[in-house]
Design a protein around this ligand. Structure first.
Ligand code: SF4
Length: 60
């Protein structure tokens, strides 16, 4: 699982970390205007951690 640090995340609809996510666990939610992670789908691969240009995602 990963944690998104709200103070660093710019909640971009074209989030590079969401694009890098292998399982579709991380995605931009248009209803709430935020990037979110589905705990049930997360593989713990940390591809998103490396892909985030803001350093907003940390392993948890
Ligand atoms: S750790 Fe892997 S599966 Fe989990 S949200 Fe990040 S990229 Fe997706």
């Amino acid at each position: 699982m990963v944690t998104i640090k709200e103070s660093l995340c710019d909640n971009n609809p074209w989030c590079g970390a969401a694009k890098a996510c292998l399982s579709g666990a991380m995605k931009y939610n248009y209803k709430i205007g935020k990037v979110i992670v589905d705990e049930q789908r997360c593989l713990g691969c940390f591809a998103c951690v490396a892909a985030c240009p803001k350093g907003a995602i940390t392993p948890s």
